[in-house]
Design a protein around this ligand. Structure first.
Ligand SMILES: CC(C)(COP(=O)(O)OP(=O)(O)OC[C@H]1O[C@@H](n2cnc3c(N)ncnc32)[C@H](O)[C@@H]1OP(=O)(O)O)[C@@H](O)C(=O)NCCC(=O)NCCS
Length: 193
């Protein structure tokens, strides 16, 4: 359809544009980390710097119009039937398991939206856009995996809604402070639904 030159382009307010992160995004990433996770759950800046250097295609900043509203990070692993809790520890080095040549499973290591856009239904589009970006660049991927805190209700709803199913549970994996702990749930789904 032809557009009048002065007719504004329609804006899909929920459309997210994913852009590969660079080290220039590290301050913003750490701010998202502080806004998204309690102190004991925050990832190290050095871990993010390594992710960006090692796997830029899996280190994605999410833009909505002129605003950066979130980020999602991933790694490519060789799939194992039952993942080990040690693979998911905070501060783990992406280079330990990331294998973009022989790997066939996308591990989502982190996903966050700024508080001002939460509750708008952007969580599922953010994850779906990340999966689409990864499968385009790495067609050999055939499954995707993540770890979620059993207590994080919105995240669990998003993953279940996208077809992820629980494959393992690590009792007391997360430190919830004041001596209490929360379970970690590993969820997996085929990368193409
Ligand atoms: C996880 C996160 C990206 C989800 O985005 P969001 O904008 O909050 O969630 P959405 O608006 O996309 O909604 C997700 C679902 O959770 C539901 N939900 C929202 N708040 C909820 C709550 N307190 N309890 C239960 N369900 C809730 C929504 O109704 C929606 O379900 P539906 O699609 O069946 O209606 C965002 O909350 C966030 O950045 N959290 C902090 C970091 C984090 O926890 N990351 C995930 C790590 S595994």
């Amino acid at each position: 359809m032809d557009r009048h030159p002065q007719m504004p382009t329609p804006v899909d307010n929920n459309a997210l544009r994913l852009v590969e992160a660079t080290v220039a995004d590290l301050d913003r990433i750490m701010e998202l980390e502080r806004q998204g996770f309690a102190a004991g759950h925050q990832e190290l800046r050095s871990a993010y710097a390594l992710r960006i250097a090692t796997f830029p295609q899996g280190s994605l900043m999410a833009w909505r119009g002129a605003d950066c509203v979130g980020c999602v990070f991933s790694e490519i692993w060789r799939a194992t039937p039952q993942p080990d809790a040690a693979h998911f520890t905070l501060g783990h080095d992406i280079r330990e398991r990331h294998d973009p040549v022989l790997g066939n499973e996308l591990y989502i290591s982190s996903m966050t939206l700024v508080p001002t856009v939460r509750g708008l239904g952007l969580g599922a589009p953010l994850l779906s856009a990340c999966l689409a970006h990864a499968t385009q660049a790495f067609p050999q991927l055939n499954s995707t995996l993540l770890l979620v805190n059993a207590a994080w209700a919105p995240a669990r709803r998003i993953y279940a809604g996208l077809g992820f199913v629980e494959i393992a549970r690590f009792a007391g994996f997360f430190d919830a402070g004041e001596g209490s702990r929360q379970d970690g749930i590993v969820m997996r789904r085929p990368i193409r639904p």
